[in-house]
Design a binder for this molecule. Sequence first.
Ligand code: PLP
Length: 447
Amino acid sequence: MKVIEEEQPVCVMEGPWSPLSVIREIVDEGAQEDPFYVMDLGEVVARYHQWKELMPRVEPFYAVKCNDDKLLLSTLAALGTGFDCASKAEIQLVTSLGVRPERIIFANPAKPASHMRWATAAGVNAITFDSETELVKTKHYMPQAQLIIRIRCDASSAQCPLGIKFGCDPVTEAPRLLKLAAVLGLSVVGVSFHVGSGAAETAVYARAVRLARELFDAGGAAGHRMRVLDVGGGFPGNSGTCIREVSTVINNALETHFPSRDVRVIAEPGRYFAAAAYTLATMIHATRELPAKEEEDGANHMMYFINDGVYGSFNCVLYDHQQVVAEPLEASSERAGPCSLWGPTCDGLDCVLPACSLPPQRTGSWLVFRDMGAYTLPVASAFNGFPTPKVRAVVDKRLWSTLKELWPLTEAHFSFERVTAPQTPPPSPEPRTPPPSSLNPLDHAVF
Ligand code: PLP
């Protein structure tokens, strides 16, 4: 392996590999003590292609809040997605990567005035709203905005329900807000919804699209030129999950209620793109053995202390209601026993898994957690002085060359390359060619 530069880790691989084999290689070098992520850039690209295949009519605007890792954002920018930003800082981050403001939707229905002013100056025009006061603020700070009304339509169950906070009632509130916007001289261009993050129901998208259709008609009657449908987020992201079922529901609902291609359909997936691409590796730095608990079959209970916890990546256990699964990096033939996993801080709340079952582990053993890319890193803190994990991105050599061609900024942001053996001499630099049109960034006006 050859280290080229050391700013943001990107390992360019030749030959077969998996996130676990990369983790093993890093751990076996012996110098690693802190937790770290292996990010599989190919997983992000594969998911983009799957999305395009299953929902060709729906343009993804990645929800930056889910994971704002620059490597992920740059990769998605290279592929041509748009971005859903919730704040000034997120807009700044995305535009700093060279993404044009037309590819951004400011999808926070309750925006601080200063962020609205800033968005206007940055050229971001597409925004969501769900209340009268937001309309009045918009008149003041973003009078030229293209507004998208956010309605409430909740999945019967979701990992993180959002309707309790955002989305006006489509029947009792939305028609009135559409009329008020017209009176204020504001331009409403569409309807959005978010069924809940990690939605456990797919039929909800059909209900929501039907409600949106009714509001397109109400908006038209109020004098608005309705032309954007935003189906929000809520799509599954973990390995082994698939968007096939939800894509069928959405495609059918679009054909029924929005057959005209004049309506632009977008979505704001977060989890779908981020979750499975990130595998977290943590090290056990302390253990404690407790006498057997009654319910634990006579075996002593082991407490394992790992170097990332609920103040770090595992904040997702508290805030995102994730059920994480620990896998020992090294296979063992020993019998699994009752145990619990604890984070590194001095807080008793810092418990990652209160009850699980693992073969005996020792200090210095590594545990791996898959599907850790969604709602983990952006929330993590270094409380008690324990650093948040660094990300090592891994990519196949061929895919890497394509990505670099697609997005010139890629090179600036992915500046640490390791090339696995067999070593080949670097190709002589060639002049950049424009990206193929099918993957061209969508630089035209969004709405
Ligand atoms: N859009 C908005 C407005 C959101 O609030 C969220 C998540 O909270 C998302 C999109 C992303 O949702 P998901 O990660 O479920 O796709």
